[in-house]
Design a protein around this ligand. Structure first.
Ligand SMILES: NC(=O)c1ccc[n+]([C@@H]2O[C@H](COP(=O)([O-])OP(=O)(O)OC[C@H]3O[C@@H](n4cnc5c(N)ncnc54)[C@H](O)[C@@H]3O)[C@@H](O)[C@H]2O)c1
Length: 440
């Protein structure tokens, strides 16, 4: 099938590459010429495990091409996916300007029947706005499908090719049949396609993300209570997660969620509720807890050093909002590093993949190091934000030698508090009793 994907970011590039890998002819369009030039040279603008190999294989086979020419993309494709960004607008709602602009351009370029598929996360009701924007530019027939994407950065290929579910939001049988054909290669074990109306499909995406964000904020609240009552949230988490109705996923306390999805989707859902006079109280609380969590963590560091902040150097491990991605959008690490810099602290940061995106997001003023140990050189404390696997079992002797003080603030509960105290560290973590060396 001839497929066009407009927007070649984390979602569009993965979708385009995976559809091409299933034998389709895919044309990926993006408005950013530098991104397209990189892709045409065989370079991948983002870090996503396994993506490079798939892009290379399919570009070489001539099944995957990249262009800035949207008109060519529309002319060559029967099915057109929209995967452009829907960032948070100043008022907290989803900014639909790129989506509506692309819809208008698609309408103008259409020369016959098309199926237009929305992969971007868009507020409930957007299917009407986009359909109207296309129809205003063309007399050609088209069908609209809401097909929200559920992939996770860091496991995007796996999620796309072995999805938990594919939601197809349309009432049109032709469009359903085409979508099922397109997704059939990823449904070989069992079919996990849910066909529904567009509004329900749009809502499914927001409800899923908001519920995942709720689990995180809920556990962060419980972690705060554990600290007050001397309970250990890690034991509580295991006890709670073993209930099959709840499950273990997303119950890890930490510095709060970030990334390009949860914060903006939670905020957009709040706005949707306000717009129809039905405020979503739970989601408001989820957002507030998340904002508070990163502040609590940064404050713990700032309070420890107090007036000595301007003379303090921090080693920071991890800038990405989570492991296995270079994405730093809404990363708690970036927000906290900015707070440290405002207090005059120096920051020596290391991230395996997000060093450059992190430096750009902070806006300079930090030293980027080549590895985690280099970041420790002459630092007064280590602060951990991202749960990269390489941080799990570090060489604690080297850590102790390089740090000026054996002091670790761990936003991901990576280590055992008792063992850290035995190694002579003062170790602050989340929702577990902090153990100081002198207490042993
Ligand atoms: N990143 C994720 O993990 C994820 C997961 C599920 C859903 N989503 C949703 O998918 C959508 C895309 O997210 P993303 O993370 O891939 O964003 P992204 O910012 O990585 O990519 C968006 C791309 O669209 C391009 N673009 C913007 N305007 C354009 C235009 N007018 N014409 C052509 N290209 C244009 C940008 O240059 C960019 O390359 C969002 O709505 C997001 O909420 C993202």
């Amino acid at each position: 099938m001839n497929v066009g994907v407009v927007g070649s970011g984390y979602v569009g590039l993965v979708a385009g590459a995976c559809f091409a890998d299933a034998g389709n002819r895919v044309i990926c369009v993006d408005a950013d010429p530098s991104k397209i030039e990189m892709l045409q040279r065989g370079e991948i603008p983002i870090y996503e495990p396994g993506l490079k190999e798939i892009v290379e294989r399919n570009a070489e086979a001539g099944r995957l091409i990249f262009t800035t020419d949207l008109v060519a993309g529309v002319k060559q494709s029967r099915v057109l996916f929209l995967a452009v960004g829907t960032p948070e607008a100043a008022d907290g709602s989803a900014d639909l300007s790129a989506v509506l602009e692309v819809a208008r351009q698609i309408g103008k370029a259409m020369d016959g029947y098309r199926i237009v598929v929305m992969k971007s996360t868009v507020p409930v009701g957007t299917h009407r706005k986009v359909s109207e924007a296309i129809a205003a530019q063309t007399g050609h027939p088209f069908d609209y499908v809401s097909n929200p994407e559920f992939l996770k950065e860091g496991a995007a290929i796996e999620d796309f090719t072995r999805p938990d579910r594919v939601v197809i939001g349309t009432t049109n049988p032709t469009a359903v049949a085409v979508m099922k054909e397109l997704y059939a290669p990823f449904m070989r074990k069992s079919e996990r396609i849910f066909v529904m109306d567009p509004a329900s499909a749009e809502m499914t995406k927001y409800a899923a993300n908001a519920l995942l964000a709720t689990k995180i904020s809920f556990m962060n609240e419980i972690a705060g209570l554990c600290e007050r009552f001397g309970a250990d949230v890690d034991l509580v988490r295991r006890g709670v997660g073993s209930d099959s109705r709840l499950g273990h996923a997303f119950l890890f306390p930490g510095v709060g969620y970030g990334g390009s999805c949860f914060p903006k989707d939670v905020s957009a859902l709040m706005k949707m509720g306000e717009a129809v006079g039905r405020p979503v109280l739970i989601v408001n609380a989820v957002h507030q807890v998340n904002q508070r969590q990163r502040k609590f963590f940064a404050q713990r560091v700032l309070e420890h050093f107090g007036e000595k902040c301007p003379e303090t150097t921090l080693a920071v491990w991890g800038l990405a909002f989570k492991a296995r991605t270079d994405d730093v959008r809404e990363s708690p690490a970036i927000a906290c590093v900015r707070m440290f810099l405002e207090k005059g602290m120096k920051v020596r940061a290391y991230d395996p993949e997000a060093a450059e995106t992190g430096r750009a997001a902070v806006g300079g003023g930090i030293t980027i190091c080549r590895d985690g140990y280099e970041a420790l050189d002459g630092a007064d404390a280590l602060v951990i934000f991202t749960d990269w696997p390489e941080f799990r079992n570090p060489d604690f002797d080297t850590m102790a030698q390089k740090l000026r003080q054996r002091l670790v603030f761990d936003g991901r509960n990576m280590y055992d508090p008792l063992q850290m105290a035995q190694r002579g560290f003062t170790y602050y973590c989340i929702g577990r009793p902090s153990v100081l060396p002198k207490e042993l």
